[in-house]
Design a binder for this molecule. Structure first.
Ligand code: FES
Length: 106
């Protein structure tokens, strides 16, 4: 069963926003294709994906340049080799809600 958490209003998300759900940091990205949510911490080393660049459906980690697919969290560019967690997103009455698709990394 999905556990939805309200994390922001639509107005608060201009392009990128970092939010906290429990003890997980989550990056929200607004793109022409919609709103996407990924775990905010890069799977390579410690860096915030919310501080990276978004281009063509991918986020580029600002520390070493790994790329992750915004829809799937999969790695599309090294040096990272592990995906990042992804979240379902819904918008209701101007509020953004997210629900984890993947368990918390161990
Ligand atoms: S910390 Fe993100 S690519 Fe190295």
């Amino acid at each position: 069963m999905d556990v939805w958490t309200r994390v922001a209003t639509e107005k608060e998300l201009v392009t990128t926003l970092s939010v906290t759900v429990g003890d997980r940091l989550v990056a929200l990205f607004r793109t022409d294709e919609g709103i996407f949510a990924l775990d905010d911490i890069c799977s390579h080393e410690y860096s915030r994906l919310s501080e990276g660049e978004v281009w063509a459906g991918e986020v580029y980690c600002q520390k070493h340049g790994s790329r992750f697919n915004l829809r799937t969290g999969s790695v599309t560019g090294l040096p990272a080799t592990l995906p990042v967690g992804t979240w379902d997103v819904k918008v209701e009455d101007g509020e953004i809600w997210i629900a984890s698709r993947t368990p918390e990394p161990s």
